[in-house]
Ligand binder design. Structure first.
Ligand code: GRF
Length: 193
């Protein structure tokens, strides 16, 4: 069975969707470890409720940087936990070489837009500001760029008249919660046939 490591900085609703998919048999995996760079992130509390081991990625004093030595420690923690596939779920720092090299073609990310449109922060706000009628969700492999790795799956989400960034994000999250576990299940078959 595939062992997942999840990295998140926020509420962890995507982690919850992965837990739900495992519990109802849509995803044959276990979550071995949840790590966060934000000690007060709700994702850690959610994970603990399910008895999933958690840990902190200590990037202080940096607000956005993910220092190389911290990436190395993170890779070590994930390896020690027996992780096969790393899933970024609202993780707000850029993953670079030491961690990428430790998990070649085995780090996934979920991004709240139809990449390559609207990479980077608050993609839902970017979509509303751009006045597009459609946005969506992308699951992709992580490379050293920002939201640039090979795309594994996408789902369109309409932008409705009167949408605010918050209302669009809420609609996008509904799609995220369906798409991420589904793509993880499909991709894990390619990792462990
Ligand atoms: C999601 O919208 C994800 O696409 C983005 O950050 C948000 C994380 O939400 N990268 P959650 O922590 O999974 O609830």
């Amino acid at each position: 069975m595939l062992s997942l490591g999840i990295l998140g900085s926020g509420s962890g609703s995507n982690m919850q969707a992965i837990v739900d998919a495992i519990e109802d048999g849509r995803l044959d995996a276990r979550i071995a470890l949840v790590l966060s760079d934000n000690p007060s992130a709700y994702i850690l509390e959610r994970a603990s409720k399910y008895g999933i081991p958690t840990g902190i990625i200590d990037c202080s004093p940096f607000r956005m940087k993910f220092p190389e030595e911290v990436q190395e420690q993170t890779a070590m923690k994930l390896k020690e936990a027996g992780v096969d596939l790393v899933c970024l779920a609202g993780f707000m720092r850029l993953v670079k070489q030491p961690l990428l090299d430790a998990f070649p073609s085995a780090i996934l990310n979920i991004h709240p837009s139809l990449l390559p449109a609207f990479p980077g922060l608050e993609a839902w706000k970017q979509a509303v500001d751009a006045g597009v009628s459609e946005s969506g969700v992308t699951v992709h492999l992580v490379d050293s760029g920002m939201d640039t790795g090979p795309i594994l799956g996408q789902e369109k989400v309409p932008v409705l008249p009167g949408d605010t960034p918050e209302s669009l994000h809420a609609r996008i999250q509904i799609s995220e919660h369906q798409l991420y576990p589904q793509i993880i299940a499909e991709y894990s078959k390619r990792l462990k046939p």
